[in-house]
Design a protein around this ligand. Sequence first.
Ligand code: AMP
Length: 192
Amino acid sequence: MFNIVVFGAPGSGKGTQSLKLIDRYGVHHISTGEVLRQHIKNDTDLGKIASEYISKGHLIPDELMIHILSDELDSNPAAAEGVIFDGFPRTIPQAVALNEMLVKRGAKVDAVVGLEVEDEELIERMLNRGRETGRADDNIETITNRLKVYHTQTQPLRDFYIKEGKYHAIPGSGSVDHIFSLISEALDPLKQ
Ligand code: AMP
């Protein structure tokens, strides 16, 4: 069992690197952003609530988000073998809840991959992604809010995981393959 948190600002490459991690380690992938976007696409009750927050660049409230994550773990048998958590946790209460959820399942967070990228590059990447994919929250107003929220609510998790001895800082600029080679160097020794 190998549980990895892929951590970083919006636009830092969490989704891209998570896909490569799935290939390498064969574990289940949970992207909370994707789960929410799927609900919005299917126009579910949760999707209606989520789109209010996402369109403003705000975080979905912790209690709701923790509930969604717990459901994802319960409804995917493959999650028992290990998970790449992409976009969760984003707050200290979510990180505490994740530790508790995993302990209950006889597991733990094994490693946190922190993709570190400067804000100017993040903005440029998200504007490009918005142009290429039409992703609704990749517009300058929402991006500005998402970065503000990241720095105030999510970045404190870096220290949380450094204190737990789990944080691996990865420079997130450069080619996708080079960044992935840095991630592999950090994680391979942890995977028996
Ligand atoms: P992402 O695709 O990870 O960038 O997530 C897109 C949006 O979904 C975020 O800007 C938040 O509004 C929402 N979201 C995703 N994951 C979480 C989370 N763990 N906690 C709160 N909101 C989240």
